[in-house]
Design a protein around this ligand. Structure first.
Ligand SMILES: NC(=O)c1ccc[n+]([C@@H]2O[C@H](COP(=O)([O-])OP(=O)(O)OC[C@H]3O[C@@H](n4cnc5c(N)ncnc54)[C@H](O)[C@@H]3O)[C@@H](O)[C@H]2O)c1
Length: 238
């Protein structure tokens, strides 16, 4: 498979390593210093593009790649207020697109556990639920995309929580997400239900970026030859 990397930072480099190990070829690398090379002609040399840039450039990068007819896998966070719009654009263009706030197999299993736990905890109003995410200090967005996915899953099940907030709150209808930035930390997420009697807590800790990178390459392998919008749930058949 020929891969174009949009974004060649910590994730782009980790993806390149895994892609080569899996027998793929990286035919284009775009970063903030080589944006002029991000053209239809260049990207069409690839079978698939993998986009890990930042909250400001992700939307345009994904949109152009779809427009230029190349399947795209994106993991950039902090832009997903426009995700629904992008899904519609992908459909209109008969494109192929996978988005995941977190590509690691472990986190996607953690998402399924989070949904199940939220369903079980929904009737137990004596438990307060809180989310915590810890990442490295270079992370540009807060809360993390993964924490937002976890929060949305909880909000779907736990009716006493109405919205997530990224601060401490006195309103019992708020689901608090506490963001901490410390080095080195590829990403830790926890969901804790606390009552005066006991606590139930689930935690996922990434030890390095390999899990995200492997998941992104698996997603690219899955996407080639398909049309439509998919998630890691499809890729991993969860
Ligand atoms: N979904 C996941 O599993 C997952 C995992 C880790 C990180 N992330 C997200 O991936 C993104 C990248 O993370 P990172 O740690 O590699 O960041 P990074 O800062 O190390 O790298 C970002 C790269 O994007 C490039 N870039 C900036 N503007 C660009 C533009 N307009 N066009 C093309 N490239 C551009 C930069 O030059 C750099 O190479 C972040 O949004 C992060 O939150 C997602």
């Amino acid at each position: 498979m020929k891969i174009a990397l949009l974004g060649y930072g910590k994730m782009g480099k980790a993806i390149e390593e895994i892609a080569i190990q899996r027998g793929h070829q990286v035919v284009l690398k775009i970063d903030e210093f080589s944006i002029k090379d991000f053209t239809a002609e260049n990207i069409q040399k690839a079978d698939v593009a993998i986009e890990f840039t930042n909250p400001h450039s992700a939307y345009e990068n994904i949109r152009k790649t779809i427009e230029w007819g190349v399947p795209v896998v994106s993991g950039s966070t902090g832009w997903t207020d426009k995700l629904e719009e992008m899904k519609s654009f992908c459909k209109e263009q008969n494109g192929a697109f996978i988005y995941a706030s977190n590509f690691s197999v472990g986190v996607n299993i953690f998402f399924e556990i989070n949904k199940k736990l939220a369903t079980l905890m929904a009737p137990h109003t004596n438990y307060e639920v809180i989310l915590d995410e810890t990442h490295h200090t270079q992370k540009k967005d807060a809360p993390s995309g993964t924490a937002i996915t976890l929060a949305e899953q909880i909000l779907e099940q736990v009716a006493r929580k109405k919205k997530w907030v990224n601060e401490l709150s006195d309103d019992p209808a708020d689901l608090e997400i506490i963001s901490q930035r410390v080095d080195p930390a590829p990403g830790t997420h926890s969901v804790k239900y606390s009552s005066p009697i006991d606590d139930i807590e689930i935690i996922h800790t990434a030890h390095n970026r390999k899990g995200f990178a492997t998941g992104a390459v698996l997603a690219a392998e899955y996407l080639v030859g398909k049309k439509g919008f998919f998630t890691m749930k499809d890729v991993l058949n969860l």
